[in-house]
Design a protein around this ligand. Structure first.
Ligand SMILES: NC(=O)c1ccc[n+]([C@@H]2O[C@H](COP(=O)([O-])OP(=O)(O)OC[C@H]3O[C@@H](n4cnc5c(N)ncnc54)[C@H](O)[C@@H]3O)[C@@H](O)[C@H]2O)c1
Ligand SMILES: [Zn+2]
Length: 410
């Protein structure tokens, strides 16, 4: 019987009255997660036991079976990687064994766009006999880690995953958290799970082969988290922008560690690691970024799109009186000093009815959150608040100002 009928027909009321009270047994339990995020140097050097010790954390007496998956972008720049791995496994053969030949996995956003890749990754995990007590080690950028993370989380309902992130963004954000996912139905990260890794090992040596834009991209996430959570860190980025722009090793290392620490703090201490609520502070600047990545078919990489997304939201915050224009100026300056471009022609694109395509990103974002719209906006350098309504005309003004390069203080 349709529910509207059931609600109104007297017959249904009599039946409902006659129904016994439901018996409810509440299933309630907690699962705690604990994983290390380790910073080290030259992880496959046989003098460095960090990896083998990490693999032995759970079952120290056992010889651990491991399948290595490598981002092709990393493998191309580090051709000696497989040889180093083989030597490492030989050297520690009492403790670890290779489950099969290392697998090369396409890197970059296209890896997340190709749903066939998931099937191939699952096949590698299955054929090499990885079970819930053996390991997948994924070496790569954020996109490859997201794709492999999903395959590992769904194989046998979750096999152990050790991530070795190889980009700035992966080491300070994408690779250290609890999410994975691939793109589907034209939307970023539509298909994915929450699945904390077994461990994360950040080796700064990998960063040396990054292209200039991939060096810079991850710095956007550091500006993001500094801007909403840590004014002192923001000041530090401002003071060290030159060193960061020339990829000074010590400066980059500090930036990554502090950024990773702030992300981990949000995940572990803010009470919503699996994002069941609607507030998503770590997604500051991301509603626009995700849309821009799609609109430009990834010509804009994630980090570059996040930088522009933060400019949009910060400008909007200033126009609504939330953020002082002086603070906005500092945000724009720091992003520019790091080498980000703060405008892209994609912002101009409109649909047949003349609406800006970008603005649809707000709807996509709300759908992704579920429930009400929640956008994080900075209110000072170092703090932010959630807003639930975006004024279309003020947003239009912010975008128009960006297009014309309107001065801030007038
Ligand atoms: N899961 C999460 O919580 C989370 C958080 C933030 C971002 N992300 C995702 O991360 C992705 C972006 O990751 P990214 O910025 O690391 O870029 P990326 O993974 O797209 O990598 C960029 C390029 O660099 C190559 N590469 C990787 N490491 C290299 C190295 N050491 N040397 C040379 N080339 C190398 C890759 O093959 C690729 O071609 C996006 O898909 C984004 O959605 C996920
Ligand atoms: Zn991001």
């Amino acid at each position: 019987m349709p529910s509207s009928l059931a609600r109104h027909s007297p017959e249904a009321i009599t039946l409902a009255d006659a129904c016994p009270k439901p018996v409810i047994h509440q299933a309630s339990f907690k699962v705690s997660y604990n994983y290390p995020v380790i910073f080290t140097h030259r992880v496959f050097d046989t003098n460095n036991p960090v990896l083998v010790q990490t693999l032995g954390l759970q079952e120290p007496e056992k010889r651990q079976r491991v399948l290595l998956l490598i981002d092709e972008g990393v493998a191309n720049h580090t051709p000696q990687l497989v040889e180093q791995w083989n030597k490492y496994v030989d050297y520690y053969s009492a403790s670890i064994a290779s489950a099969g030949k290392p697998v090369m996995v396409p890197g970059g956003e296209s890896a997340k766009d190709d749903t066939r890749l998931q099937d191939q990754l699952s096949q590698h995990i299955e054929r090499n006999g990885i079970d819930r007590h053996s390991y997948v080690i994924a070496i790569g950028g954020g996109a490859m880690l997201d794709a492999v993370g999903l395959a590992a989380a769904t194989a046998h309902r979750g096999v152990r995953l050790v991530r070795l992130p190889t980009t700035v963004l992966a080491q300070n954000d994408a690779g250290i958290g609890v999410k994975n996912g691939i793109n589907k139905f034209g939307q970023k990260n539509w298909y994915g799970t929450f699945a904390p890794p077994f461990a994360v090992i950040n080796d700064d040596q990998f960063l040396q082969t990054l292209k200039p834009n991939d060096r810079r991209a991850g710095m956007a996430e550091a500006v993001k988290v500094a801007l909403i959570r840590d004014a002192a860190f923001f000041n530090w980025i401002e003071d060290n922008a030159q060193a960061l722009a020339r990829f000074d090793r010590a400066a980059v290392q500090y930036l990554i560690e502090r950024c990773a620490q702030l992300h981990l703090h949000q995940i572990t201490q803010a009470g919503d690691p699996f994002e069941r609520g609607t507030a998503r502070p770590l997604d500051f600047g991301h509603w626009a970024a995700h849309k821009l990545e799609k609109m430009t078919q990834n010509r804009l990489c994630h980090g570059d799109a996040v930088a522009i997304g933060m400019v949009i939201d910060s400008r909007y915050a200033t126009l609504t009186g939330l953020l002082e224009s002086q603070a906005l100026e500092r945000i724009l300056n720091v992003l520019q000093s790091l080498g980000f471009t703060l405008y892209d022609t994609a912002l101009k694109q409109r649909d047949a009815e003349g609406r800006r395509l970008l603005v649809q990103g707000l709807e996509d974002f709300q759908r992704h959150l579920g429930g009400e719209l929640s956008i994080t906006l900075p209110d000072t350098i170092g703090t932010a608040r959630e807003v639930h309504v975006i004024d279309a005309s003020i947003l239009e003004q912010a975008l128009a100002d960006m297009q014309t390069g309107t001065a801030l203080c007038n």
